[in-house]
Design a protein around this ligand. Structure first.
Ligand code: PLP
Length: 421
């Protein structure tokens, strides 16, 4: 596949933008090669600047659940556009989207719109700290909650160490407030609470992890986690920026039948425009300014174009869409497993990861043990025959409503061909 124009544009971008990208994972660093510059997207496909067409399994990292440039979403944005791009005042569309979230997610009484998933998680943690009067939080190794200072922490030397920043520029005083536990391991959570029983404001988790590849939380683990939080007076925050409206109309919490204290959203809620949101129980949410003492604001929060895209997307997320996505995903999983290849698939509805290992993958250590060199070869092999997969073993792939059996068949054939050598 010739990507001469992509290469030229990347060279130009590198002179202007750090690493040539506005978000690091786009740089393809973990798979080698150079990023592809896209010119347009429609339905299940991306078209690059050299005219190559790819079946897209990244979906802009999650938002594009109804496919790219869905006519109803485009029309909704166009209609909003002609009425002005930002008012800096309340507008009706904000309440419409808020009502859609509240109607779908039983744990949410009130919801606040922000501009990204990162803002949503940062704000939710501030709120949890304000509400509980405590300062520490617990996160899980391998879970990603955006690039806020408190979240760029994983286990230093084992799960019981205090947070050590993954990024320079995060002061130790902040990193120290983040404790790290092991996903799908209740003992590691008990141990942190035993060390700091009075200090933990919140536990934040991706109930179905998507940022170390797709790893669903075990039901007993998530239930146990909720019970511990309740007993210890800490809030449970489900980070549903990826899973929200993806795996179930009410997100992962709907799938598991759990009601966290706070939830965060992003990605799908903006339908491809920059939106995040956080919400939860009334008495907690009423702590936020202007009602309460926890400050959080945004010049462009609730932006009319973004609200229009979010509303149109959620309107399309009906039962028939979720059934379609589950059927496609389940059929693909069954057919892949029947091939008996040394590969493991983890899947939750329309999000999945192909792990380069024959072993089950239930946590971060299992992902880290995958054959990363083989993953890189597979990624580049697929790219060159027109399949656009996430460029890292630590990412989830997505199916959209615009995908059908032929797209999944093409992926299956690609896997087969790769392993046939
Ligand atoms: C993508 C993601 C975020 C960050 O959202 P941004 O919009 O990129 O800031 C936070 N949490 C989870 C679970 C995510 O998948």
């Amino acid at each position: 596949m010739i990507r001469a124009k992509s290469q030229r544009l990347f060279e130009e971008a590198r002179a202007l933008i750090p690493g040539g990208v506005n978000s690091p994972v786009r740089a393809f660093k973990s798979v080698g090669g150079e990023p592809v510059f896209m010119a347009s997207a429609a339905g299940a496909t991306l078209t690059d600047v050299d005219g190559n067409v790819y079946v897209d399994f990244v979906g802009s990292w999650g938002p594009m659940i109804v496919g790219h440039a869905h006519p109803r979403v485009v029309e909704a944005i166009e209609q909003a556009l002609s009425k002005g791009t930002s008012f800096g005042t309340p507008s009706e569309a904000e309440s419409r989207l808020a009502r859609m979230v509240i109607d779908r997610v039983p744990s949410i009484d009130l919801v606040r719109m922000v501009n990204s998933g990162t803002e949503a998680t940062m704000s939710a943690v501030r709120l949890a700290r304000g509400y509980t009067g405590r300062s520490k939080i617990i996160k899980f190794e391998g879970c990603y909650h955006g690039h806020g200072d408190s979240f760029l922490i994983k286990a230093g030397s084992g799960a019981l160490t205090l947070g050590v920043p993954d990024s320079q520029g995060v002061p130790e005083a902040i990193a120290n407030q983040t404790l790290v536990a092991t996903f799908n391991d209740l003992h590691s959570i008990e141990a942190q609470f035993a060390l700091f029983p009075e200090d933990i404001a919140a536990v934040i988790i991706e109930p179905i992890a998507g940022n170390m590849g797709c790893i669903p939380g075990e039901k007993a683990f998530l239930e146990g986690l909720q019970a511990i939080c309740e007993r210890m007076g800490a809030l449970l925050i489900f980070d549903e920026v990826m899973t929200g409206f993806r795996v179930h109309p009410a997100g992962a919490q709907g799938l598991y039948g759990l009601e966290p204290d706070l939830s965060t959203f992003g990605k799908i809620i903006g339908g491809g425009l920059p939106v995040g949101a956080y919400g939860g129980r009334r008495e907690i949410m009423e702590m936020i300014a202007p009602l309460g003492p926890v400050y959080q604001a945004g010049t462009l929060s609730g932006n009319p174009l973004a609200m229009a895209a979010g509303i149109a997307t959620l309107e399309l997320c009906d039962e028939s869409l979720y059934t379609h996505l589950e059927t496609l995903g389940a059929d693909f999983e069954t057919e892949l497993k029947a091939l008996n290849l040394p590969i493991t698939i983890n899947r939750a509805g329309s999000m999945f990861t192909l792990f380069m290992t024959a072993r089950p993958v239930a946590g971060y250590a299992d992902v880290a043990a995958c054959d990363m060199a083989q993953f890189s070869s597979f990624f580049n092999f697929a790219l060159d025959i027109g399949i656009y997969l996430p460029p890292s073993q630590y990412e989830a792939a997505f199916i959209s409503g615009a995908h059908g059996a032929p797209e999944l068949e093409k992926l299956l054939e690609t896997v087969k061909a790769f392993f046939a050598g």
